[in-house]
Design a protein around this ligand. Structure first.
Ligand SMILES: C[S@@+](CC[C@H](N)C(=O)[O-])C[C@H]1O[C@@H](n2cnc3c(N)ncnc32)[C@H](O)[C@@H]1O
Length: 422
């Protein structure tokens, strides 16, 4: 397993790797995994790689560096925007430098002229910064929004990344909860952090050497992958879907989306993000609307044996939830997760060329202590959907806790790479 880290890296590589470092997304994997798998399966500059759960664009960016075409799909509109902005590296760095300077001057003027305190921030934003930084951020945000140039997204991303550099609440991932994080000992200034971010990004654009290739970054749904790419066109699918571990991806970037005024409440995020993601968290479960999900009809049609095992786990979870005070809907979450993954598998089968791999980085889980071997089930479902072989490489043992469970279970969990061949 130590070898796996050496070979494939971890998301931490993205904190220092050019362009990958433009936005910290701990859900991501390393660009080194993409390079390793592209080499292992002999991808060339004529190949097409797809990632149906693109996140902030690791797969596409690594492909761009290798000159391999890519198609990436991400359902979260803000996360998709980050990926798209990172992929757009066709900038004149002189212009970027000049514009950064102008922006800072304009923001300084706005701050000086501000005869009033910047009001109207959502509570979360207000709690994360002191008043001086709130004013600075308001001025920077205004200056960027007033910028009419095609480089606006570039600077928006620089300021977006500067938020967690600046916050006095500590850079808490995945969910920022100011009350739960110790204050930073050293105060950081929003203007300084934005300036540093701009400098890093300009340097990365300057140094990025790419081999000409084509990249399509789609704000869409992995469960509809075949509607974005023709049948039998793809040479490799490499992806990391949400794990069955109750992480609410819709909530991970709440600070950033509130800051830009994209959403302003839980209900807003539910309508515009949460409801568009595949099932992976109990916060997505609507019990009254999901009565039929429990039947897992697609899973049943693909592999009745997996269906039987899953049904058993789902009914145990249904009984357990009634005995627990939290009454978490792990039963419907699990059923919905595999129905959604079954859809993704059938779509993947349709777009891949025969003989080509579908590679998934996955974690298993044990809601209420009921172990669900996700890697094995996904592999078997893929065989049922027409793939010819599957293998599982365990890359990491994970902490044996279920985050939302007060009574921690002792089931050992793992993270694996599942490879199935079309
Ligand atoms: C584990 S992360 C992938 C991270 C990515 N490998 C990276 O390096 O940034 C899973 C992603 O799937 C996205 N997602 C969830 N449901 C989706 C769906 N139905 N279609 C496409 N993307 C989805 C989430 O928003 C999240 O960004």
């Amino acid at each position: 397993m130590a070898n796996a880290v050496a070979k494939y890296g971890t998301f931490k590589d993205s904190l220092s790797a050019p362009v990958h470092r433009w936005f910290t997304y701990p859900a991501g994997y390393s660009y080194r995994l993409v390079e390793a798998k592209a080499a292992e399966f002999g991808l060339s500059t004529r190949s097409l790689i797809a990632d149906p759960f693109l996140g902030t664009g690791t797969t596409s960016l690594a492909a761009k560096k290798l000159g391999i075409d890519s198609i990436g799909v991400e359902a979260h509109p803000f996360v998709h925007w980050v990926a798209r902005t990172k992929l757009d590296l066709n900038h004149d760095t002189d212009l970027l430098g000049k514009e950064a300077k102008l922006l800072l001057e304009h923001a300084s003027d706005i701050r000086t002229e501000m005869g009033y305190r910047s009001a109207g921030w959502p509570e979360l934003v207000e709690k994360c910064f002191d008043q001086e930084n709130l004013d600075a951020l308001y001025a920077l945000r205004t200056a960027i929004l007033e910028l009419g140039s095609e480089r606006q997204a570039f600077f928006k991303l620089a300021l977006t990344a500067a938020l967690r550099d600046t916050t006095s609440a500590g850079a808490g991932w995945p969910y920022i909860a100011p009350s739960k994080f110790a204050e930073r000992k050293v105060r950081r200034d929003a203007f300084d952090e934005f300036t540093k971010r701009c400098a890093i990004m300009v340097e990365d654009v300057e140094n990025f050497i790419e081999i000409e290739s084509f990249h399509s970054v789609i704000n869409g749904d992995a469960r509809k992958l075949a509607s974005y790419v023709n049948e039998r066109k793809v040479d490799m699918i490499l992806t990391s879907p949400p794990y069955l571990n109750n992480y609410d991806y819709a909530d991970r970037t709440r600070l950033e989306t509130y800051f830009w005024g994209l959403y302003d409440s839980w209900a807003d995020i539910t309508a515009n993000v949460r409801n568009k993601l595949m099932m992976a968290a109990t916060t997505q479960v609507h019990r009254n609307k999901m009565a039929r999900t429990i039947e897992m009809s697609l899973v049943r049609s693909i592999d009745p044996l997996v269906h039987a095992e899953l049904s058993d786990a789902v009914s145990r979870l249904g009984i357990l939830r009634k005995q627990k005070s939290g009454k978490k809907s792990y039963d419907l979450m699990t059923a919905g997760y595999f129905e959604d993954m079954a859809r993704v598998i059938t779509q993947a089968h349709s777009v891949l060329k025969p003989g080509c791999p579908f590679i998934l980085v996955l974690g298993d889980s044990a809601p209420y202590g009921v172990h669900v071997p996700t890697d094995e089930f996904i592999g078997k479902l893929a065989l049922g959907a027409g793939f010819t072989s599957f293998s599982v490489e365990v890359i990491r043992n994970r902490g044996n806790k279920w985050p939302s469970n007060a009574q921690r279970h002792k089931v050992p969990l793992r993270e694996s790479i599942v490879t199935v061949t079309r």
